[in-house]
Design a protein around this ligand. Structure first.
Ligand SMILES: Cc1cc2nc3c(=O)[nH]c(=O)nc-3n(C[C@H](O)[C@H](O)[C@H](O)COP(=O)(O)OP(=O)(O)OC[C@H]3O[C@@H](n4cnc5c(N)ncnc54)[C@H](O)[C@@H]3O)c2cc1C
Length: 388
């Protein structure tokens, strides 16, 4: 089998590794537009809940990733200047995106995957340039702006809409003690900073506000540089005066991309190209990598019958994918209404509402995973005491 994978992000590289490790005689090639040492963003959270699945799929890359992660066992949620600590029983970790990619690149090399860096595929026909025009399967692992998906948008049944909140992904040299979400009211606006350390020298800082705030506080008229300064000032106490760092950190509204059909003919989508997962659940990378696991399993089980493999991929993986994507949707719906929640709730009720926003966490799970937090919430009459 000859497999062409467009996109050398986490899902594309991981798919290459999984296929080549189990089918060494297959030709598996990954085509990436960027150089090997360039990417967008800073660090990403890899939640402990998903890591075991990655371990099961490939022990070597799991070991390399977890060794490079920066761990934390608590998070703070600050609602209108009242901090509430959320201590976890299990440690969660974060990793620099570039480090994750270099680990996956090394694993892909070791497995025998051929990689082409600095090679953008605008149209499928361009695969001919690198001898991949006759690939049995062409995988779109090329992220939210997937060109493969764009070329066959009608066949995939692609839908796209934008959320109303505005956000930008920054980094900072300030190494926060632990991850936090700081919801702050300022000048009639409602803001949130999501930040977490991901190495001994760096933290991620995602800045966000709702559209009413964007208009009211003049962010709509500012340049990206001015917006960056605005957030540096607004969060100066947390940043200890350190600047925010940009890595193509443009302000945007999150695109919600869905596809009714995951494949068309020999073309198939995985990761963000298939369904964008909102950053607020901190799982987009893992969700993308589990798509790679599912597609690898289907191809290996059904080869050389491509049609059977792609049907199997969509049929078997839909329930898990749907669960995770629905959690992401509940989460972004919640963030779209932050002003309302910040105004309506006490800090304890706010945290409870936040923790249960995806519909995947009930009181029993909260009690098990966050016993100290639950004691504090219950002492404040939450959840049973409604909340306001
Ligand atoms: C602000 C923010 C914070 C986030 N935080 C987290 C987090 O904490 N934890 C988490 O798990 N996830 C997080 N995510 C989500 C995560 O980044 C994505 O879900 C994940 O990267 C998806 O992986 P992917 O492989 O599908 O796509 P991508 O990582 O987007 O990779 C796609 C690759 O394809 C390449 N490419 C694109 N087009 C072409 C082309 N035409 N030809 C060749 N190559 C091409 C790109 O250069 C890129 O390398 C965050 C996202 C954002 C926006």
């Amino acid at each position: 089998m000859k497999i062409a994978i467009i996109g050398g992000g986490p899902s594309g590289l991981y798919l290459g590794i999984l296929l080549k490790r189990r089918a060494p005689d297959w030709q598996v090639e990954v085509v990436e537009q960027n150089a090997a040492d360039a990417t967008f963003g800073f660090g990403v959270v890899l939640a402990d809940t998903g890591l075991q699945q990655l371990r099961h799929a490939d022990e070597a890359s799991y070991q390399a990733m977890t060794a490079a992660m920066h761990y934390n066992d608590r998070q703070t949620i600050v609602h209108n200047e009242t901090p509430i600590e959320v201590a976890r029983q299990v440690k969660g970790g974060a990793i620099e995106r570039l480090r994750l990619l270099s680990i996956l690149q090394a694993q892909a090399d070791a497995a025998g995957v051929r990689t082409h860096f600095g090679c953008r595929i605008g149209m499928v026909a361009e695969l001919a340039r690198i001898g991949l025009a006759d690939a049995d399967v062409v995988v779109g692992a090329d992220g939210v702006n997937s060109t493969l998906r764009g070329e066959f948008a009608e066949q995939f049944g692609t839908t796209r809409r934008s959320l109303t909140n505005h956000f930008a992904w920054y980094g900072t040299h300030h190494v926060f003690d632990s991850p936090a979400l700081v919801f702050r009211k300022h000048a009639g606006g409602h803001f949130v900073a999501h930040y977490y350390p991901y190495s001994a020298t760096m933290s991620t800082f995602v800045a966000e506000c709702d559209d009413a705030t964007w208009q009211r506080c003049g962010l709509a008229e500012m340049s990206d540089d001015e917006r960056q300064r605005f957030f540096e000032n607004l969060y100066a106490p947390e940043l200890y005066g350190k600047p925010l760092l940009s890595n193509n950190s443009v302000w945007r509204q999150f695109p919600v991309i869905r596809n009714a059909h995951w494949f068309h003919d020999r073309y198939v989508l995985i990761g963000d190209a298939l369904a964008s997962a909102h950053f607020s659940i901190g799982s987009g990378t893992r969700i993308a990598m589990t798509d790679a696991i599912a597609l690898a399993e289907a191809l290996l089980a059904e080869a050389p019958n491509v049609s059977a493999a792609l049907h199997r991929y969509q049929e078997r993986h839909t329930p898990e994918k749907r669960k995770l994507i629905e959690a992401s949707e509940h989460s972004f719906d919640w963030y779209e209404r932050i002003a309302e929640w910040m105004e309506r709730y006490t800090p304890e009720a706010f945290v409870y509402h936040f923790m249960t926003r995806t519909g995947r966490v009930d009181d029993a799970r909260l009690r098990r995973a966050f016993p100290e937090l639950m004691k504090r919430l219950e002492a404040a009459g939450v959840p049973s005491g409604a909340g306001a």
